[in-house]
Write a protein that binds this ligand. Structure first.
Ligand code: ME8
Length: 503
């Protein structure tokens, strides 16, 4: 354990005002893939996801449904958990902002920030979007028919004027800019540039962090003034510190926080940079090691979202492609950090058929049945060095992509191993040869490596395939060597991916 290498992976904590859709699955599956990757190569991984349960948005949603907020979020957060189980999300903790340890941490942190002089009292007047849980400045909102609208939801904003407490973000403008410019935290870099421009143009204003209870009663009480609740975004961001064990286990916290990889969608970039980095600085903590930002899943160019009513259902995806593994594969294949990604059944079908059924799945069936037919399944080590060289170099490339969180690229490179090996078989024609042990062994090694590389993405199917090859996975990088296996004992392979019945 002393020498263990740690990784702390987080997703945003989602608002449980409705069940999750493909947009939430996108982030969560990508974070899960990275968690599983690091576990596979021998790291101690702590993967945190959960639900963001306080604030005006949840309070209103519960009211609308005639429910009390706590029983409503209890029910909805368990629905989120059920979906993540269906998608084989390997979280170590599912955090809820109503968890006792989290509420206690929020109170501690606010007391500390207050003692350190970062909080002061004042009045705030501004235009608020409850769906976003944030104010928009004159520069940010859009106006239609003289009505200020939320730039994201296109719904009228609410003019709020109230007493509040402010957090002195403005004091941290230069320090936040320095992180964004120098620390190589935000990936891809284009998002750091976006925030830099915004701060340079508009500055960094102090943030209203309290809500009078008459307006928002569903929240954590401000520890030094019981007339207020804590602004939901402050409550929410601190979940990452609760999850890493800030108040509980100093050593664990240090190990995890210094190796943190945080996944978010670009909609919440500002909160996770300007506000989050300032909060961390106030607490004397470093920024996360990596903040990985992705673009939107869009439908006809518009961000998929519940309020827009254009969501793709996770259940429909699983039903169409027959397994959570296939859905996870499609998500990995289309992952795009730089740009938005348009939802398209045509593209998803062709990924499923082309990559899984015809390429990888077909290769597995082909090689395993040849191994059984020619050698009764027992294949001893005999390497074809020419083929090995090609596969080894693709494997190294895929590993590098994984380590740089280039997930779609890791998938494409892995698929190249399958392509290469299918072509190799066509060229060698082992079915016409006397004793093609070199070809079959080398093809089996290629399948093993491709399956290992796909293991974080499709944990179930690849485990079955590895089992069919008569071997098992380890938690190490060593296993990615070509020629690592001395003898295969191949069993009959199931058909891993069924043909699509076109709907
Ligand atoms: O913002 N495309 O929660 P949320 C890609 N509670 N990703 C999408 C998406 C889409 N169309 N729709 C949703 C909140 N997402 C806060 C977070 S964190 C301290 C608090 C994903 O339920 C993406 O990760 O609105 C996005 O950032 C997140 O869901 C927003 O989830």
């Amino acid at each position: 354990m002393e020498n263990a290498k740690y990784v702390y992976v987080t997703t945003p904590i989602y608002y449980p005002n409705d069940k999750p859709h493909l947009g939430h699955a996108y982030t969560t599956v990508l974070a899960d893939i990275v968690s599983r990757w690091y576990r596979l190569i021998g790291y101690e991984v702590f993967f945190l996801t959960g639900t963001d349960e306080h604030g005006a948005k949840l309070q209103k949603e519960a009211e609308k449904r005639g429910r009390d907020p706590k029983s409503f979020v209890d029910e909805m957060s368990s629905i989120f958990k059920d979906y993540w189980r269906k998608l084989d999300i390997s979280f170590n903790r599912f955090i809820r902002t109503t968890d006792e340890d989290h509420e206690a941490l929020v109170r501690n942190v606010l007391n500390l920030l207050n003692e350190r002089g970062y909080i002061y009292r004042g009045m705030y007047k501004g235009w608020y979007c409850t769906a976003c849980e944030r104010y928009y400045s004159d520069r940010e909102y859009v106006v239609e028919n003289n009505t200020p609208l939320c730039p994201i939801h296109r719904r009228p904003l609410e003019l709020v004027e109230e007493e509040t407490y402010f957090l002195k973000l403005s004091q941290f403008k230069d320090a936040v800019l320095k992180i964004l410019k120098e620390a190589d935290v935000v990936y891809p870099k284009q998002y750091a540039d976006e925030v830099i421009s915004k701060i340079e143009l508009e500055g960094l204003q102090d943030l209203s962090i309290a809500r009078p209870k008459e307006r928002v009663s569903w929240g954590i009480e401000l520890p030094f003034d019981s007339r207020f609740t804590v602004y939901v975004w402050i409550d929410a961001l601190l979940n990452y510190l609760t999850g890493a064990g800030l108040d509980k286990n100093e050593k664990q916290f240090k190990n995890l926080w210094s190796n943190s990889i945080q996944f978010i969608g670009k909609d919440i970039l500002w909160f996770h940079t300007a506000i989050w980095f300032s909060l961390l600085l106030m607490l004397g903590l470093p920024p996360p090691k990596k903040l990985v930002v992705h673009g939107y899943l869009t439908v006809k160019g518009i961000k998929m979202g519940k309020s827009t009513g254009n969501v793709t259902s996770i259940d429909d995806m699983i039903a169409r492609y027959g397994s959570s593994d296939a859905v996870r594969f499609i998500i990995a294949r289309i992952a795009n950090f730089e740009k938005d990604s348009e939802v398209s059944w045509d593209i998803y079908d062709s990924i499923y058929m082309g990559d899984l059924v015809n390429n990888y799945g077909n290769l597995v069936r082909r090689v395993t049945s040849l191994a059984i037919k020619i050698f009764g399944g027992v294949v001893k080590k005999e390497v074809d060095y020419e083929h090995a060289k090609k596969v080894e170099s693709l494997t190294q490339k895929a590993i590098e992509h994984y380590n740089n969180i280039r997930i779609a690229e890791a998938v494409k490179t892995t698929l190249d191993i399958a392509h290469e090996t299918n072509a190799y078989l066509n060229k060698q024609e082992p079915w016409n040869k006397e004793n093609p042990v070199e070809t079959i062994y080398s093809a089996l090694e290629s399948i093993r490596l491709a399956s290992l590389l796909l293991h974080p993405i499709m944990p179930n199917i690849t485990s079955q395939i590895i089992n069919v090859l008569g071997i098992s996975t380890e938690k190490s990088l060593k296993q990615f060597m070509f020629g690592y296996i001395n003898e295969y004992r191949v069993k009959e392979a199931p058909i891993p991916f069924k043909k699509l019945s076109m709907k």
